[in-house]
Design a protein around this ligand. Structure first.
Ligand code: ATP
Length: 503
């Protein structure tokens, strides 16, 4: 699995998905750029989310708030005082880590061991293997699971009580070493604020200290009344937003899993106090269904209820995904109570209340939040899709089995030869299809190599123009996953492709 992860990173670079930021200057740690294919995949994920959350829900609308916000926002939100992460330095290597992440990585390794046991048993029992039964009865699996749960529980409790000495003790007891050097010589655990500070204004006396937003949520809360009034929204209703967030993360490993500049897709659902349990369950299920709709394997997702609740939450869980380095948080579902609106009311002096015409009374709405990292979702999709296949006859091919709706390019048009008028027909097809899809044109090298190039970037279909095309106006349509080819009339192409790739 470590190997797979390395391959994903190399593939992302080689095929124009992700490049290290400012690479000619040796990069900037935990900051990345999206390339020509990456930007399309990322945009498609964002649109797939937006469609499910905003377009399909009459009572959810979107906004796009600024990254800069009035500094008091971050006092009200608790980020100035509470947005701290436990930091530990290694005395020998002088490297810094987030103590909680070190412990979570340790638990992820236990998960890995569980998966190995499962794989072994699966081999042994073949068809008759019952995963659920095995997981709930195998003593080794149960031991690893219990151990992981105990460790996370203890970590949660110590963080909740701000018992940083115990976090350090836990790292020592588990004999966790510096992942890069293997040294176990740690300093004490300290608190560290992850927000990036900056200044607004040019003249020295008129400057104001600002933060780059560490989450998009607060842009929604401060606009709650603007949207509610101008849109005449009735509770329950939601506001959705996608956009950049910034955190000065201490650990900068794991590629785009944990970045310093990243993008979130968040939705805040405003509800009547007392209904939060019901809406919590609703959004938990709805969001998991969204993930499953992409067809990336039910067994790759699980819920992880939070042991440690953030300062704003009364219930919270993560949807975890099986990344190449183990199950890790992909999305959070948080019942945030009236913490945010209540605090903004306190700090701004403006009423943040909703008047309910049915009950004839006003209240501060409760909030249910779904929050997913776009880049993390990108990594989930990319690592799940990358496969190396051995074909009949012993050849191998690298294929990116992206869900079709997310693929950067939907169809590539390839003239079999660079002569006899075939390129001209191919260009014509490109010109017809490009209004509906991202289309690629490729005439270089043998057609087999061109197919492989499209496989490697996940293009669902290839259209090949050959001599028969000149006679009967048909082309071959090749399917990425099965590699099967069918002959199809050119006027039927658009509908045949749309049927498979449209959201
Ligand atoms: P973690 O525990 O991994 O730091 P978190 O619990 O602090 O994450 P939230 O504040 O709940 O994360 O943010 C919501 C989502 O934003 C996460 O589920 C994750 O997908 C994404 N996210 C958070 N921090 C980062 C980051 N540094 N880089 C990329 N995505 C991130």
């Amino acid at each position: 699995t470590e190997d797979l992860f390395k391959k994903v990173i190399a593939h992302a670079k080689e095929y124009g998905f992700i490049f290290p930021s400012s690479e000619i200057y040796d990069g900037l740690s935990a900051v990345y750029d999206y390339g020509q294919n990456g930007v399309e995949l990322k945009k498609n994920i964002r649109e797939y989310w937006w469609k499910a959350m905003v377009q399909m829900n009459e009572n959810i609308v979107g906004i796009d708030a600024a990254i800069f916000m009035h500094p008091t926002t971050w006092k009200a939100s608790g980020h100035v005082d509470a947005f701290n992460d436990p930091l530990i330095d290694n005395k020998d290597s002088k490297k810094r880590y987030r103590a909680d992440v070190l412990v979570e990585d340790y638990v992820a390794k236990l998960d890995d061991k569980i998966e190995k046991e499962i794989a072994k048993a699966q081999k042994r029992f073949g068809e008759a293997f019952d995963r659920e039964q095995f997981v709930s009865t195998n003593p080794k699996v149960l031991e690893y699971k219990q151990r992981g749960e105990e460790i996370l529980h203890r970590l949660g409790k110590s963080l909740e009580n701000e018992d940083l000495a115990d976090v350090k003790a836990l790292i020592e007891e588990l004999e966790i070493a510096d992942p890069e050097t293997g040294s176990r010589n740690w300093t004490d655990v300290k608190q560290f604020n992850l927000m990036f500070g900056t200044k607004i204004g040019a003249s020295a006396d008129a400057t104001m200290d600002l933060y780059l937003r560490p989450e998009t949520a607060q842009g929604i809360f401060v606009n709650f009344l603007n949207v509610q009034k101008s849109g005449r929204m009735k509770i329950p209703f939601g506001i959705a937003q996608t956009g950049k967030a910034f955190r000065n993360e201490i650990v900068a490993r794991q590629f785009i899993f944990r970045m310093r500049e990243f993008e979130q897709m968040e939705m805040q659902f405003f509800i009547k106090p007392g209904t939060q349990q019901q809406w919590y369950e609703y959004w938990k299920e709805t969001r998991l269904k969204w993930h499953l709709s992409l067809g990336m394997g039910e067994e790759n997702y699980r819920y992880h209820p939070h042991e440690k609740l953030a300062h704003y939450a009364d219930a919270a869980c993560d949807i975890e995904f099986r990344f190449p380095f183990g199950f890790k948080e992909l999305e959070g579902i948080h019942s945030r109570t009236n913490f945010d609106l209540g605090n903004h009311e306190k700090y701004s002096g403006k009423k943040m209340q909703y008047f309910d015409p049915e009950d004839n009374q006003s209240f501060t709405p409760y909030v249910l939040e779904t929050s997913i990292g776009l880049d993390r979702m990108f990594l989930a999709v990319l690592s799940n899709s990358l496969q190396e296949e051995t074909l009949e006859g012993g050849d191998t091919r690298t294929v990116l089995r992206l869900p079709f709706v997310l693929a950067p390019t939907k169809v590539a048009v390839l003239p079999l030869l660079k002569k006899d008028g075939l390129p001209e027909v191919a260009e014509q097809i490109v010109n017809e299809l490009k209004y509906d899809f991202n289309v690629a044109y490729d005439e270089k090298d043998a057609v087999g190599r061109r197919y492989r190039r499209q496989d490697a970037v996940g293009t669902p279909f290839c259209v090949t123009v050959d001599h028969q095309t000149l006679e009967d106006n048909t082309v071959t349509l090749r399917h990425r996953d099965t590699m099967e080819q069918v002959r199809i009339a050119i006027p039927e192409l658009r509908a045949a492709i749309a049927k498979e790739v449209d959201m």
